[in-house]
Design a binder for this molecule. Structure first.
Ligand SMILES: Cc1cc2nc3c(=O)[nH]c(=O)nc-3n(C[C@H](O)[C@H](O)[C@H](O)COP(=O)(O)O)c2cc1C
Length: 391
């Protein structure tokens, strides 16, 4: 398997599967140390205050089993710092190693997956994994295609968060739409004020209960549904991103589109640009009182020519319905080479929205921090006249 590292300079490498620890149960490994997930974060500056509690705070947002809206899996997702942090909770500059054991590995659940071992869940990754890895494809809980994989990214993103905080950069994500029920307009300030005030993290506190009720009704029908996550990055300086293949928008797209179940992404006014006139889609510019360039609107979503323009980077992310549903669907049994009808009994999230927004926050943080390393490295040798830095 290739491609388990994200980033060029600030890099996160992840490994671990959904139920990997289950394979080690016979080896007298204490339950607290069952397999699970690892993240190695490379490029962490020295002297950064970093504690397991800081990383845990991010992981707890993504942890399942907290509300009726998410999977009843009971993973504690407890993180341990393995390396890169010395006495007084300060980083040394060495790779930060993070370990997240998985203590919710029960024979019952592994048995359920064994029963469906050769059945491909429509909408899930089994078919393409069989094509690629054949008989050795991990059949327990989707392996690397499991949403559980994203815990490592969230852990890596928490380290990025600590670095970005020193630079005054804040990334926040929230739910703005669920199964066609839309929240009203959400500003950065409103998203901050109402952050995580309901199980869905929808800052429109009036619309959120309707969304939640709708998800629970769909869950009772044995079905699932999707929606929209929005992410705002505030405090991002102008000048990040490279103009050709490594545009700021391309780096963020890479990060976001690498999350399972994400099917679409738009920056600023996104697809609406296709219907706008130039006079509508252009963001008019002006010098503010400090002599800095600002924009009167943000249809661009904070990126121009692939380079951040100093306004909020704002994206909307389309999340599909959870593939595992209880309703019977046509599929194939690749072991027996015949058609089949499947209605899985394994655990799942009725909506991925409440657990996927922290993953979006993590990937945007990682993309921005990596772009900072790239831009600062270039700037250090480019010898640009300082007056350009002032506008
Ligand atoms: C945080 C998170 C949790 C997820 N939980 C589930 C789940 O409980 N059941 C399920 O069928 N898919 C779940 N998924 C979605 C699958 O991982 C994803 O749909 C699958 O890998 C196929 O990839 P694709 O949808 O990008 O094509 C989850 C994804 C994320 C990011």
């Amino acid at each position: 398997m290739l491609g388990n590292t994200y980033g060029r300079f600030f890099r996160v490498t992840t490994c671990g599967e959904s139920y990997a620890g289950g394979f080690r149960k016979g080896l007298n490994v204490p339950k607290e140390l069952y397999g699970g997930l690892l993240a190695i974060v490379d490029g962490v500056p020295p002297g950064l205050n970093l504690t397991a509690a800081m990383i845990q705070e991010e992981l707890d947002k993504r942890r399942p089993g907290q509300t009726p809206l998410d999977s009843p899996r009971l993973e504690t997702d407890r993180v341990y710092i393995f390396s890169g942090v010395m006495e007084d909770d300060l980083t040394t500059g060495a790779p930060v190693g993070l370990v997240i054991p998985n203590v919710d590995i029960e024979d019952l659940h592994i048995g359920q997956y064994r029963e469906y071992k050769d059945m491909c869940r429509p909408g899930h990754a089994e078919y393409t994994f069989f094509k690629k890895y054949g008989e050795h494809s991990d059949w327990v809980g989707a392996g690397r295609a499991s949403g559980r994989e994203t815990a490592s990214r969230v852990a890596g993103g928490a380290v990025a968060k600590a670095v970005l905080a020193r630079m005054g950069i804040d990334v926040i994500a929230f739910i703005s739409e669920s199964h066609s029920i839309k929240a009203g307009p959400i500003t950065y300030e409103k998203a901050k004020e109402n952050y995580r005030k309901n199980d869905l993290n929808c800052p429109d506190l009036e619309v959120a209960p309707r969304m939640i009720e709708d998800i629970l009704r769909i869950k009772d029908e044995g079905d699932t549904c999707g929606g929209v996550v929005e992410v705002i990055a505030r405090g991002v300086p102008a000048g990040l991103g490279e103009p050709v293949f490594d545009k700021m928008s391309a780096l963020i797209s890479h990060g976001i589109m690498s999350i399972g179940a994400i099917k679409g992404l738009e920056f600023g006014s996104g697809f609406a640009h296709a219907t706008m006139k130039g006079s509508e889609s252009n963001d008019p510019m002006y010098f503010d009182a400090d002599g800095r360039v600002r924009f009167r609107s943000n249809h661009a979503g904070g990126v121009l020519g692939g380079i951040s323009n100093g306004e909020d980077i704002r994206i909307r992310v389309a999340v599909k319905a959870t593939p595992t549903i209880s309703l019977p669907q046509d599929t194939v049994d690749v072991g027996q080479g015949k058609n089949a009808l499947l209605s899985p009994i394994t655990r799942r999230d009725p909506s991925l929205l409440p657990r996927i927004y922290p993953v979006c926050e993590a990937m945007v943080r990682l993309s921005i921090l990596d772009a900072i390393y790239m831009s600062q490295g270039y700037a250090a040798v480019a010898n640009l006249d300082p007056r350009w830095g002032k506008i």
